[in-house]
Design a protein around this ligand. Structure first.
Ligand SMILES: Nc1ncnc2c1ncn2[C@@H]1O[C@H](COP(=O)(O)OP(=O)(O)OP(=O)(O)O)[C@@H](O)[C@H]1O
Ligand SMILES: [Mg+2]
Length: 339
């Protein structure tokens, strides 16, 4: 649905000559039709620039951007406008017109696209029903809560029936409960309307609850990408690792680990838990074989894409030699606190 081929975007930096700032650095990625694709990265990583390249709010310095098979760079102004109309965009700060009603805001892109007043109002009312705001059509944005404003933002983006929805930190200004509601709405947009979603966030929890695939950006580059479960269970890049830990909260470290050590006199080991049942059987067999007993010191196991993922930290008790043997056999499994 969306394909970036070796895309670079350099901004002239202003101060000093030469170089310029490479906000997006040789990025290639493919967003399959119907998927929810997350892009995470720290502030300044180039996420918003990447998103703006997809709907051609920014021109790539080099490389090409294809949406629905059409190469935006090769299209004329008219063709580009058409492609842009097939892409909806949702912003962190909602970007609604304060002087227009909810209905007026949602009808606006339809009018721009040439719909009659009656058509625009009818379609706007329909999308407002979809986002659950049909009772609020005559209100003004400032009479709404943040979550309701964002639903208006989503309704406006959906008005022209786009095939793609781009969301730039759509939930970053919202509290956790409201975030949850907006994510549930985006999930319906994807599932019921079949719209492909590209979503930028700095919260891995958002990726975990909504996305199929994820790309991690650092310094303008995509440093890692893949299926959400795969990336969560086997992060390769340090940036990814840090993001994954922040969402899984699965292993104690720092002061929490010190407290565990104070509470538990025995040997602590942290064992990953995945959807792989064989791993669990292997562990219990190993403990039985060596007559090593255990207590759960810390458990951080949750679900990612409906599959278990996380780790448990166990205190092992038994003869030293037996514990040594178990720890040796655990092999690739890490000791508590190891990262
Ligand atoms: N129009 C512009 N002109 C010059 N530099 C820009 C422009 N837009 C972005 N940049 C720079 O490009 C880099 C990437 O910015 P971008 O907004 O894409 O990051 P981001 O990952 O979205 O960050 P955040 O999480 O803070 O929104 C930053 O260093 C930024 O200052
Ligand atoms: Mg940004």
């Amino acid at each position: 649905m969306i394909e970036l081929r070796d895309v670079t975007k350099t901004f002239p930096q202003g101060k000093g000559e030469g170089g310029g700032l490479r906000a997006v650095d040789h990025v290639s990625l493919h967003v399959p039709r119907g998927s929810v694709y997350g892009i995470v990265g720290h502030s300044g990583a180039g996420k918003s620039t990447l998103l703006r390249l997809i709907n051609h709010l920014e021109e790539p310095t080099s490389g090409s951007v294809l949406v629905g098979g059409a190469d935006l760079g090769a299209l004329g102004e008219r063709g580009r406008r058409q492609v842009r109309q097939s892409i909806g965009m949702v912003f962190q700060q909602f970007n609604l017109f304060r002087s227009r009603t909810v209905l007026g805001n949602v009808a606006y892109p339809l009018k721009v696209a040439g719909a009659s007043r009656a058509e625009a109002r009818e379609r706007a009312a329909e999308v407002l029903r979809f986002v659950g705001l049909d009772g609020h059509a005559r209100r003004y944005p400032e009479q709404l809560s943040g979550g309701q404003r964002q639903r208006v933002g989503i309704a406006r983006a959906l008005a022209t029936s786009p095939g793609v929805l781009l969301c730039d930190e759509a939930t970053s200004a919202l509290d956790p409960q409201t975030t949850h509601e907006v994510l549930a709405l985006l999930e319906r947009v994807n599932r019921e309307l079949g719209i492909t979603i590209v979503l930028i966030t700095h919260e891995m929890d958002v990726v975990r609850s909504l996305c199929d695939r994820v790309a991690v950006m650092a310094d303008g580059k995509v440093v890692e990408s893949g299926g959400v479960y795969e990336v969560f269970s086997r992060p390769q890049h340090p940036t990814t690792e840090a993001f994954v830990r922040s969402a899984l909260h699965d292993r104690p470290d720092g002061p929490a680990l010190e407290r565990l050590r104070a509470r538990h006199g025995g040997r602590l080991v942290t064992v990953p838990v995945t959807g792989d049942a064989a791993g669990g059987h292997e562990l219990s067999r190993l403990l039985r074989e060596h007559a090593v007993d255990f207590t759960v010191a810390h458990a951080g196991v949750g679900e990612v894409q409906n599959r278990p993922l996380g780790s448990v930290t166990l205190e092992l008790r038994g003869a030293e030699a037996d514990i040594d043997a178990v720890v040796a056999r655990l092999g690739g499994l890490e000791k508590a606190g190891a990262r």
